[in-house]
Write a protein that binds this ligand. Structure first.
Ligand code: 5GP
Ligand code: ZN
Length: 117
């Protein structure tokens, strides 16, 4: 999609700090990290969100999660632990409409749910 931020990052039209890549996925550091390690894993093919990706191409969704685990290992947080997150919709604070998996870790993470909890 020509007007999609993450499609432009995958194409190299917008710079990013690449962390990991496979034939079907691309991973780069979040520009506004919420933890010491905060990497985004995206499918190279454009799908609007995680549910749309699962419906259209479940194998590609598995590729994204497998890449997330590979990123955690590469970043040295596979044993200390990490969180994989897909945000969907306004209440989850979703801002970019190309499915993306957040890989968060590198420190003790807070509980998640309501702000401040
Ligand atoms: P969402 O809130 O949609 O789940 O996550 C979008 C994420 O993309 C946010 O964590 C935000 O910081 C990150 N982000 C937005 N624009 C850019 C960008 O241009 N480059 C990078 N590396 N991350 C971005
Ligand atoms: Zn896209």
């Amino acid at each position: 999609m020509s007007d999609c931020l993450f499609c432009k990052i995958i194409a190299g039209e917008i710079p990013s700090e690449k962390v990991h890549e496979t034939s079907t996925t691309f991973a780069f550091r979040d520009i506004n990290p919420q933890s010491n390690v905060h990497v985004l894993v995206v499918p190279k093919a454009h799908h609007e969100d995680a549910a749309a990706l699962a419906a259209a191409d479940p194998r590609l969704l598995a590729d994204v999660i497998t890449a997330g685990a590979a990123v955690a290992k590469q970043e040295g947080i596979d044993e200390s632990g990490y969180r994989l997150v897909f945000n969907t919709g306004e209440h989850a604070g979703r801002t970019v409409f190309h499915a993306h998996l957040h890989v968060l870790g590198g420190e003790q993470l807070g509980l998640f749910g309501r702000p401040g909890s």
